[in-house]
Design a protein around this ligand. Structure first.
Ligand SMILES: [Zn+2]
Length: 291
């Protein structure tokens, strides 16, 4: 699932394709839970508009349009936002990747999962959004309109502040790992980067959030910034369906210390990494480095 770094990499690479270009035509698939704004209304709202800024809050992308309205996208589990000129084997399902000849794997034409296609007045590359599982979201907000999904988000994880997390965690019995995944506490962190940050901070994911000390929260906040910034720098984690807008793969998955490394030796002390389930999410930690 794309987390903050992958969404930020997407933002940085899709912005040049989107900003300042007038949208001439919008094609969508049929109404589904992907469309929080019905597709017919979305097509009307976006046609003729021009994006002036592209912001990110947590895992949401928010395009500010020239009429003061906003267009919000969430990549969900398998969302892919990319240029129509991209060639990447990630655009095909895993089953198809294995059976097609290598050159055929690179060609992609919009399929039934390509829910959104923006064509521009300048005739240049289009912007497409594809989402096989449709847990992503597309939402249009009229000028001045608000949305509960955006309003309930906590501060962006890149601005994580140890003091804020300490205060938010007092009296909370949930595991520290679960608190980090709570988007109302901190926006943008998911499973990979929560596990990685807790490793760098030396804090075990199962600890009750309310028992984590202020000094430990400071370490967690700084570890979060460190892993998120490093991942953005390397282009994010290219696992599962994540696809950068220009098709280039990220490399952070090669640097992971604990996530998805159960049984492998800790890179710091060689103790085997453990995996357990916390709040229905798999968690990974070093039993020696994390207390
Ligand atoms: Zn260790």
């Amino acid at each position: 699932m794309p987390e903050l770094p992958e969404v930020e990499v997407t933002r940085r690479r899709i912005a040049p394709l989107l900003l300042g270009r007038t949208i001439a035509e919008v094609a969508t698939t049929r109404p589904s839970y992907f469309f929080l704004t019905p597709p017919a209304r979305l097509r009307r709202a976006l046609t003729g508009r021009r994006a002036e800024a592209l912001d990110r809050h947590g895992k949401y992308l928010v395009a500010r349009l020239d009429d003061g309205s906003r267009f919000v996208l969430h990549l969900g589990m398998t969302g892919q936002l990319f240029s129509s000129t991209v060639t990447s084997p990630r655009l095909l399902r895993a089953a198809a990747r294995g059976t097609l000849a290598p050159d055929a794997q690179l060609r992609f034409t919009p399929d039934r999962h390509t829910h959104l296609r923006l064509r521009f007045a300048d005739g240049g590359p289009e912007v497409w959004m594809r989402d096989a599982r449709k847990f992503g979201k597309a939402l249009w907000l009229a000028p001045g309109a608000s949305d509960a999904r955006l309003d309930r988000l906590g501060p962006d994880a890149l601005a994580a502040d140890g003091g804020q997390l300490f205060v938010a965690s007092r009296g909370r019995r949930v595991a520290v790992k679960s608190l980090l995944l709570d988007q109302a506490v901190l926006a943008g962190v998911g499973n990979i980067y929560a596990d990685e940050a807790l490793f760098f901070a030396g804090v075990r994911p199962t600890r009750a959030a309310g028992r984590v000390t202020r000094a430990e929260w400071e370490r967690i906040a700084s570890a979060l910034r460190r892993v998120l910034l490093r991942s953005i720098e390397t282009g994010g984690s290219s696992i599962s369906d994540y696809l950068a807008p220009d098709g280039r793969d990220g490399a952070y998955q090669d640097e992971r210390r604990v996530y998805d490394r159960a049984g492998a030796p800790c890179r710091r002390c060689a103790t085997p990494i453990r995996r357990l389930v916390i709040g229905a999410r798999s968690s990974h930690y070093c039993p020696r480095c994390q207390r």
